[in-house]
Design a protein around this ligand. Sequence first.
Ligand code: DC
Length: 225
Amino acid sequence: MAGAGIVIAIDGVVGSGKSTTARLVAEALGYRHLDTGAMYRTVALAAGRQGVEPEDERALAELLPTLQIDLLPSDQGGCVVLNGEDVSEEIRRPETARRVGSFADKTMVRRALVSHQQTLGAHGGVVAEGRDMGSVVFPNAELKVRMVADLDVRTQRRLDELVATGIRTHFDEVRADIAKRDREDAQRDYGADGVAADYVELDTTSMDLTQQVAAVVDWARQRGA
Ligand code: DC
């Protein structure tokens, strides 16, 4: 891994600011941002379009090998391409957010995506973002960060993001969605034996984005980035 940079694994609760932080840390270090949530969202989108339900293992097994998911850099901070089509905006819609959990639960889906993620991060120089990054996908990551923040603060941040992309919704709806996903996430088996013990916790409740990014970049530099 020498020369190519370290692996930084960023995990965190919904709306803790992990996506934006991961993207900006990657930019600051000249690393690649591996947004693995976007990959799970893309699978849910593709399945939805083809009428494949998460319980239908046969249909899912046929669908998965047909999906080529690429994460490309863009001016907007990264675009997600499904079989040549830019789906960056579509995967962020609340309909997809509501469906993604049941696909992310499927071992078959996780296996396919974990292996793709490991290939993309094999040479280091990545900021890998997602719940199982430090425990399953990159257990040897040089830096593992877990981001947390209060529910109301997370709700407001997610609401601001959605409104900025033109999606109309309101505080209570977003708060209920996040609380539901917190419960699902807490129950989900990510395929790890336990939570990786070597995480550094970053509580972003009263931090702004600049402070969050600076904290992670500092830790990364101390670990050889
Ligand atoms: O981080 P996000 O909101 O874009 O994630 C979308 C969904 O995918 C969410 O339900 C958590 C799930 N996910 C996962 O199971 N494993 C990952 N490595 C990343 C996301």
